[in-house]
Design a protein around this ligand. Structure first.
Ligand code: NI
Length: 502
C-alpha cells in the first residue's frame, strides 16, 4: 500500500515567530515553505497490527455520538489509554447534554460528539496518536486535541507532557508558547498558558523536527479562531526533550525522508464504468423474480469485520459495506477482502459527521474524502453513500446528485448497536424483512459475526436471497441524489410519481 500523506488541520500562519525560515515573495516560483505548525500525519496503512475501535451511540432523545481510535497489536497499553480517554470524554459530553436538557421537555434531541484520530508519528521506537474531539451541544462546533504517546522501547503509554525532560522544560515551553502567542494580536490570551500538563496535552513534531503545541478551541482565545498552534524550532526543542521526546522527534523527521506519493484516485478503476445508475451487477440475481434482501454493514472496517466476512463466506451470502473513510485507510486489507469476496464497498463519509449540520462545502468534503479513501483502500471507486445516522437534507441530496452518488438508508434497523444479542438481532431482522428490504447492521462489534450467522440462517429459512444494494434495485437502477430506503418503497414511490403525472 503506498503511503498516503494526510496533512490535517487549519493553522494560523505566524510570520513573526523566530526560526520561520526564508521569507518568500508572492512572485517567487516553486513551493511555498511549509506552515511550521502543520504535522505530516503517517498513513495508518503503514502501521502493522492495526485495528480500528469504534464507539457509536444513538439513543432516542440523546445526542449523536461516534468515536473511533486505533488499536495497535503490540501496544495494548496505548489502546487502553486511548479507550479510557475516549470513553471519559464521551461520558462527560453525554451527561452535560442530558443535564442541559433537563426542564426543556419536548425539545428535539440535539448535540453531536465525534472523535477522529491520526498517527502523529509511527516508528519502531514510538507511536503518537492524535485524537480530535469535536462536539456541539446544539450551538457551535468546537474541537479539542489530545496526542497520546507510546514508547515501544520501554513499553509505556503517556500523555504529551511526558515528551518533555522535566518540570523546568515544561516551564520553558510555556514561556516560549506565551511569547509566540503575544504576536497574534489582541484576540489571543497568552496568560492562559501555564506549565500545566493538561494545557500541553497535544504535542507532536513537524517534518523538520520542530516541536508543535496545539491548543483546544477556546483555550487561548475565542472559539472562532479554531485551531491555534505554536512551534519551537528543532534545535531549541532538542535539549528540552525526554528520551521518548527525542524518539518522537526522530520518528517525524525519518518519516518525512521516507515518504512517497500515492497514485491519483483517477487512475483507479471505476466500479461502474462511470454510470451511476448501473452500479455493479454482482452475482446476476434477478430480484424481480427472487425474494431478495440486502444486508448492509456500517461504520467499519472495525473489530467485527473479519468475523462478518467469515460468516458471510460460510453461507455464500453477499452484502454491502458502508465504510468510514478514516477507518478504511487504516485497514485496506479488509476492504480488498470485501471486494475480492464479491461484496460491494460503499461510502459512509470521511469522519461520520451529521451531514445535516454542515455547510455545503463541508458536505462535499465529507463525501469526496470518504469516497477517495475507500477507493484508495479497495481499488474501486464507490458510488453509493449512506449518510451518518441516516440523516439527509436538501443540501445532502443536492451534493450527492452532483457527485453522481445514490443515497442509501435502510428499512430495517436490527438495533445491533444497542442490544447485540444474536438471537434478538436476528428476531428484529426477521420481523422487519420483506422483499426488497435493506437491513442495517454494524461491523464494529465482535458479536456482529454471530448475529450475522443467525440472521442468514433464519432469513434463508424464509426463502430470502442475499444481494448487494444495487442488485436489489435491478433494472430500475438507482438515481444519484435520490434517497433509497428499500427497493419496495422505491417502486411504490415511482408508481406514485407516474400516477401523479397522469
Ligand atoms: Ni454510521
Amino acid at each position: 500500500m503506498p503511503s498516503l500523506r494526510l496533512t490535517g488541520g487549519i493553522a494560523l500562519v505566524v510570520a513573526s515567530v523566530a526560526g520561520c525560515g526564508a521569507v518568500t515573495s508572492p512572485a517567487a516560483e516553486g513551493p511555498l515553505p511549509s506552515e511550521p505548525t502543520m504535522i505530516d500525519y503517517v498513513s495508518p496503512a503503514r502501521v502493522r497490527g492495526l485495528d480500528v475501535r469504534t464507539v457509536s451511540r444513538r439513543d432516542p432523545g440523546g445526542p449523536e455520538m461516534h468515536a473511533a481510535y486505533p488499536a495497535v497489536a503490540d501496544a495494548p497499553r496505548l489502546t487502553e489509554e486511548l479507550r479510557r480517554t475516549v470513553t471519559e470524554r464521551l461520558g462527560l459530553f453525554d451527561r452535560s447534554v442530558r443535564a442541559s436538557r433537563k426542564g426543556t421537555a419536548g425539545q428535539p434531541p440535539r448535540g453531536e460528539f465525534n472523535v477522529g484520530w491520526q498517527f502523529a508519528a509511527a516508528s519502531g521506537e514510538v507511536l503518537g496518536v492524535r485524537l480530535r474531539t469535536g462536539e456541539s451541544a446544539g450551538g457551535g462546533w468546537t474541537e479539542s486535541r489530545t496526542t497520546l504517546w507510546y514508547d515501544r522501547v520501554d513499553k509505556r503509554a503517556m500523555g504529551s507532557a511526558a515528551l518533555l525532560r522535566d518540570r523546568a522544560a515544561l516551564t520553558e515551553l510555556a514561556r516560549l508558547a506565551r511569547r509566540s502567542l503575544l504576536a497574534r494580536g489582541a484576540a489571543v490570551n497568552p496568560q492562559a498558558v501555564t506549565p500545566d500538563p493538561k494545557i500541553f496535552d497535544s504535542i507532536a513534531f513537524n517534518m523538520h523536527g520542530d516541536l508543535v503545541v496545539e491548543f483546544d478551541d477556546s483555550q487561548v482565545g475565542p472559539a472562532f479562531l479554531g485551531r491555534v498552534a505554536v512551534y519551537v524550532p528543532a534545535g531549541t526543542a532538542g535539549p528540552m526533550l525526554s528520551p521518548t521526546g527525542l524518539r518522537a522527534q526522530r520518528a517525524a523527521v525519518e518519516e518525512a525522508e521516507s515518504r512517497a506519493a500515492p497514485p491519483p484516485v483517477s487512475a483507479l478503476k471505476e466500479a461502474n464504468d462511470g454510470r451511476p445508475d448501473a452500479v455493479s451487477s454482482g452475482g446476476g440475481v434477478d430480484c424481480a423474480r427472487t425474494k431478495c434482501v440486502a444486508l448492509t454493514y456500517d461504520d467499519g472496517p472495525g473489530a467485527g469485520t473479519t468475523g462478518v466476512l467469515d460468516a458471510l463466506a460460510a453461507q455464500g451470502a453477499r452484502a454491502t459495506f458502508f465504510c468510514v473513510g478514516s477507518s478504511a485507510v487504516a485497514r485496506p486489507d479488509l476492504l480488498r477482502r470485501m471486494t475480492a469476496e464479491g461484496h460491494l464497498v460503499a461510502g459512509h463519509t470521511w469522519s461520520h459527521r451529521d451531514l445535516t449540520t454542515l455547510s455545503r462545502n463541508m458536505i462535499t468534503d465529507q463525501l469526496v474524502r470518504g469516497r477517495d479513501a475507500v477507493a484508495q483502500a479497495s481499488g474501486q471507486v464507490p458510488t453509493l453513500v449512506r449518510p451518518p445516522y441516516g440523516k439527509v437534507g436538501d443540501q445532502v441530496t443536492a451534493v450527492a446528485r452532483e457527485l453522481g452518488m445514490p443515497v442509501v438508508r435502510w428499512s430495517v434497523d436490527t438495533g445491533d448497536l444497542k442490544d447485540p444479542t444474536p438471537a434478538d438481532v436476528a428476531a428484529r431482522a426477521v420481523a422487519g424483512a420483506a422483499r426488497g428490504a435493506i437491513i442495517l447492521m454494524h461491523d464494529t462489534g465482535r458479536s456482529t459475526a454471530e448475529a450475522t450467522a443467525e440472521v442468514l440462517r433464519r432469513l434463508r429459512a424464509e426463502g430470502y436471497t442475499f444481494v448487494t444494494v444495487p442488485e436489489l434495485y435491478g433494472s430500475h437502477g438507482m438515481r444519484p441524489g435520490a434517497v433509497h430506503d428499500s427497493a419496495e418503497s422505491g417502486d411504490r414511490a415511482r408508481a406514485l410519481a407516474r400516477q401523479t403525472m397522469l
